[in-house]
Design a protein around this ligand. Structure first.
Ligand code: URA
Length: 444
C-alpha cells in the first residue's frame, strides 16, 4: 500500500491497522518517508484521534521500529521493570528508585532523557558526576543491569528510532499535544527496553507537562490501557507537581539530594514519600512483594542496610564515575561560585508556587538548555525551597540561589520571588502528594 493511501485513510477518519502503522513507522525509521508525509500523518492523527486498538498498534510499531531489548538470555533471577515520569522540577525519583528497587530484587534497565523545557532530566543530573558515561556499550549496559541490578543511560540511536523523527516533526507542526501520539511516543520507547512491569509517574499541577488535572488523568488512563494491551503490566500514580518535589532543583544539587535519601537521611520528605509510593507499586505489580506490608519491609531493609546506596555506587562506578562518590560527594560535585537568598517581601503562609517559573529560573541560571546543543552548568540551581503551607515572615528566605555570578543571580531573583504567593488568609491544606493510583482494573 502506498503511504499516501494510508495518509488518505487517516485524513478521512478511518482506522489504520497493524500493517499500515508498521509500514509508516518503519518508513520513518529507515528514512524512506519524508518529513512532509510525517507531518501529514501527525496532523491527521491529531485531528481525528485514534481508537484504542489503533493506538496500541502505533505503540507497538514505534517499539519495533528498532532494537527491542531482550533479557531472557541473562538468566536474571527477578523481573525486568522500570518507572518513568512525565517530568517535573526537583523530580529526582529515578536516581533513587532505580537502585532502591534493584536492592529489592528487581532489574532496572532505565533509559532516561535530558531536560525538556522547564523540567530537569535524569541524564543531565548524572552527568554532574565526573566520568559518568550515559552512552556505554550494549555489553556494559547489560552487564551492569545483571550485576548492579540497575543502569541509567541515555537513549541509543537504535531504540525506537521512529519516535525520534516523529517527535522532531511534531515539535514543529503543532502536533505534540495529541493523546495517542504522546502515549505511543512515551510507551514505544519504554517498551523497547523489554520491560515486564512499568510504573508511570504522571505529574499534576503548576510544574506538570499536562496542563490540567483532567488532561493528566486522561493521559494516565490511556497509558495504563495501552501499556497493558501492548503486553507490559502498566500502572500509573498521579503525583503532585504544584511545588518542586525535592526542596532543591539543579543537577549537582539533585545528585547530593539523591545521596542523602539513599543514606536514609530524608525519611520525612515529599521526595521520599513519592519515591516510596512508586517503589511499593512496582514491587507489588511485578510480584517481587506479595502485599504492601511485604513491600514496605523489603524497601526498609534495602535502605537501612545500605544496599540501595551500594547499588547506586556500583552503577556510578560501573559507568565510569568515581568509586567513592557516596563517601566524598563534595569532592566530586562542584559547588556554584556564588550563593544568595531570596527573601520574602511580606509575611504570610505560602499558598501557591509557580513551579514552572522555578524550573525556568534554573534553566536561565545555566542549569538547562535554551536551545538543543547548549552546554549546561551542573553547579547552578536552587536549594532550601520553601514548601506550600509553610509560614514565612517578611525577610525570611524563600529559596537559596546557586549561580555563576552575582549578576546572574539577580537576573532571576525578582521572578523567583514572584513565583511564591504568600497570603495572610490562606488556610488551604497543601495538595495531596498522590492524587490517584490507576491500574488496569480501575479503568472505566
Ligand atoms: N514525552 C515523550 O517522550 N513524548 C511525547 O510525545 C511527550 C512527552
Amino acid at each position: 500500500m502506498m503511504i499516501q493511501e494510508i495518509l488518505r485513510r487517516k485524513r478521512d477518519g478511518q482506522t489504520l491497522d497493524h500493517t499500515m502503522l508498521r509500514l509508516v513507522m518503519n518508513g520513518i525509521a529507515d528514512g524512506s518517508i519524508g518529513d512532509a508525509q510525517i507531518g501529514a500523518f501527525a496532523m491527521a492523527v491529531y485531528l481525528n484521534g485514534m481508537r484504542r486498538e489503533e493506538a496500541v498498534a502505533l505503540t507497538e510499531a514505534i517499539r519495533d521500529s528498532g532494537q527491542v531489548m531482550r533479557w531472557d538470555d541473562l538468566d536474571l533471577d527477578g523481573p525486568v521493570l522500570d518507572k518513568h515520569s512525565t517530568g517535573g522540577v526537583g523530580d529526582l525519583v529515578s536516581l533513587v528508585l532505580g537502585p532502591w528497587v534493584a536492592a529489592c530484587g528487581g532489574f532496572v534497565p532505565m533509559v532516561s532523557g535530558r531536560g525538556l523545557g522547564h523540567t530537569g532530566g535524569t541524564l543531565d543530573k548524572l552527568e554532574s558526576i565526573p566520568g559518568y558515561d550515559v552512552a556505554p556499550s550494549d555489553a556494559t549496559f547489560r552487564r551492569l543491569v545483571k550485576e548492579a541490578g540497575v543502569a541509567i543511560i541515555g537513549q541509543t540511536g537504535s531504540l525506537a528510532p521512529a519516535d525520534k523523527r516523529l517527535y522532531a516533526v511534531r515539535d514543529v507542526t503543532a502536533t505534540v499535544e495529541s493523546l495517542p501520539l504522546i502515549v505511543a511516543s512515551i510507551l514505544g520507547k519504554k517498551l523497547a527496553c523489554g520491560l515486564e512491569t512499568l510504573v508511570m509517574d504522571v505529574k499534576v499541577g503548576s510544574g506538570a507537562f499536562m496542563p490540567t488535572p483532567q488532561a493528566a488523568r486522561e493521559l494516565a488512563e490511556a497509558i495504563v490501557a495501552i501499556g497493558c494491551d501492548a503486553g507490559t503490566k502498566t500502572s500509573v500514580l498521579l503525583t503532585d507537581m504544584n511545588q518542586p518535589l525535592a526542596d532543591c532543583a539543579g543537577n549537582a544539587l539533585e545528585i547530593l539530594e539523591a545521596l542523602r535519601l539513599l543514606r536514609g537521611e530524608k525519611g520525612e520528605s515529599r521526595l521520599h514519600d513519592v519515591t516510596r509510593a512508586l517503589a511499593l507499586e512496582i514491587l507489588i505489580q511485578s510480584g517481587i512483594a506479595s502485599d504492601i506490608a511485604d513491600a514496605t519491609r523489603r524497601l526498609d531493609r534495602a535502605l537501612d542496610s545500605g544496599e540501595a546506596l551500594e547499588r547506586f555506587s556500583r552503577m556510578v562506578h560501573g559507568l565510569g564515575g568515581p568509586g567513592d562518590l557516596a563517601e566524598r560527594p563534595h569532592h566530586y560535585l562542584e559547588a556554584a561560585p556564588y550563593e544568595t537568598e531570596i527573601a520574602a517581601d511580606a509575611s504570610g503562609t505560602l499558598g501557591a508556587i509557580d513551579t514552572r517559573a522555578l524550573g525556568l529560573a534554573v534553566v536561565e541560571l545555566g542549569g538547562g538548555r535554551r536551545n538543543a546543543g547548549d552546554t549546561i552548568d551542573h553547579r547552578v540551581g536552587l536549594s532550601r525551597i520553601a514548601a506550600l503551607g509553610q509560614r514565612v515572615e517578611r525577610g525570611q528566605p524563600l529559596a537559596r540561589i546557586h549561580a555563576r555570578s552575582e549578576s546572574e543571580a539577580s537576573a532571576v531573583s525578582e521572578r523567583l520571588r514572584a513565583a511564591f504567593s504568600l497570603s495572610d488568609t490562606s488556610s488551604d491544606a497543601p495538595p495531596p502528594l498522590i492524587h490517584a493510583t490507576l491500574r488496569r482494573e480501575d479503568l472505566p
